[in-house]
Design a protein around this ligand. Structure first.
Ligand code: NDP
Length: 400
């Protein structure tokens, strides 16, 4: 029988909701590319309930305990005295969400003698040292596509919010003002602007598709080109490098995974190549951009705005400069954990666990690492190596 260690974010400060704003979720049959939504044998939760926090337990307890397994759920994940580090030593499976990542560094993996499966309840397994997982033969899996559309909606919201100057204008209302000139002095239309995505995978291409009706000019950079008919349908221009694309874009959105090739991609020199007054939206991973270069570019006017929901490490310290820099539209890491997304990734997590315990193959598209190699989606979208360096600073959230 196995021990499953599950790291989830804290419950709401006033406790679990007693009711929800809506009674149901729309029923989706398939993802946009035709692949099926998660197919566990059953679920023990109500879609639309809060599942991603400690008391939500991803709806897994009944299933796991009725099969004789032990489930430990905690939000205490950072530092050597955390419950996560104490429980890790004999855990067979670690489940973690990118929103509140349990960083599985090489040191932690070395302590986890029984670990066989690192399961990301969401998308993006950069919180695992993939090289260490490869070397130890640990399987890394994630619930591919579960929240890609959720994130694409968030990206479109953030682009419109920045360009139209929504959040500062909203602040004037809250302050009792009617300061139209203050609001309008930084407000533009997106119509006619050039927008480029770094990566046109599930999220990047969904962003392009959603922005097309706004009559923006669409651009992308990706290591592999989209099919010709998709390029034609969207009227999107491919660029053979990020540098080539960003020089002509008014808005840039980052939608690639974090791995050694993309870490620190948007450093000071890359940002300097962007058009003056461009907007940068990053819902991919905080470490893809240089923290201080973003602040400096907003202060100098090189960037007109920056928004995103991803930071490094997470949770971000209370004095993180992105909380107070000018012209920002930051949120905590939430775009992929809407109640709609939670129902999908909780079901996908259960599907992966059922496969793992029943000795059935995990869907190829869910695999990042297996059998000592990058596999499935991992082989396509990631590169081997480690992107967890510096994650121990997440412990600062408790004190700073
Ligand atoms: P996909 O795997 O569908 O797409 C990722 C794309 O990134 C692929 O097209 C891949 O290209 C491309 N890519 C990889 N490396 C590079 C590179 N060096 N330069 C340019 N493109 C590259 O994943 P999703 O679109 O579903 O998700 C993308 C990322 O978004 C996740 O990895 C995660 O980090 C983040 N995310 C954030 C969430 C949030 O809540 N904020 C939630 C979900 C995801 P190819 O395969 O063609 O090589």
């Amino acid at each position: 029988m196995a021990k499953i260690l599950c790291v989830l974010y804290d419950d709401p400060i006033d406790g679990m909701p007693r009711s929800y704003p809506r009674d149901d979720l729309p029923k989706l049959d398939r993802y946009p590319d035709g692949t099926t939504l998660p197919t566990p044998s059953a679920i023990d939760f109500r879609p639309g309930d809060l599942l991603g926090c400690v008391s939500g337990e991803l709806g897994l307890r009944k299933y796991l305990e009725s099969n004789g397994h032990t489930l430990v759920v905690t939000s205490d994940k950072d530092g050597p005295d955390s419950q996560f580090e104490r429980e890790l030593v004999d855990a067979d499976v670690v489940i973690s969400q990118p929103f509140w990542p349990a960083y599985l560094t090489a040191e932690r993996i070395a302590k986890a003698k029984n670990l066989k499966l690192a399961l990301t309840a969401g998308i993006g397994s950069d919180h695992v040292d993939l090289q260490a997982a490869i070397d130890r033969g640990i399987t890394v899996a994630e619930v591919t596509y579960c929240n890609s559309i959720s994130v694409s909606e968030h990206v479109v919201m953030m682009i419109l919010s920045l360009v139209r100057n929504y959040l500062p204008s909203h602040d004037w209302v809250r302050k009792g003002g009617w300061n139209i000139a203050d609001c309008a002095a930084r407000s533009y239309d997106v119509e006619g602007m050039h927008v480029g995505t770094v990566a046109a995978g599930r999220i990047g291409s969904a962003v392009l598709r959603r922005l097309k009706p706004f009559d923006m000019h669409l651009h992308y950079f990706d290591r592999y080109r989209l099919p010709e008919d998709v390029e034609r349908e969207l009227g999107v221009t491919w660029h053979d490098s990020v540098e080539d694309m960003i020089g002509m874009c008014d808005v840039v959105t980052i939608n690639c995974p974090l791995h050694p090739e993309t870490e620190n991609l948007f450093d000071a020199s890359m940002i300097a190549r962007m058009k003056r007054g461009a907007y940068l939206v990053n819902t991919a991973r905080g470490k893809i951009v240089d923290r201080d270069a973003v602040v400096a570019a907003l202060e100098s006017g090189q960037l007109a705005g920056y928004a995103g929901d991803v930071w490094f490490p997470q949770p971000a310290s209370r004095d993180h400069p992105w909380r107070t820099m000018p012209h920002e539209g930051m949120t905590p890491h939430i775009s992929g954990t809407s109640l709609s997304a939670q129902a999908r990734y909780a079901a996908g997590t259960r599907e992966i666990l059922e496969c793992f315990f029943e000795g059935r193959p995990i869907r190829d598209e869910y695999l990042i690492v297996q059998g000592g190699h990058l596999a499935g989606t991992g082989a396509h979208s990631y590169s081997a190596g480690d992107a967890t360096g510096g994650s121990e600073e997440a412990a600062l959230f408790k004190t700073h």
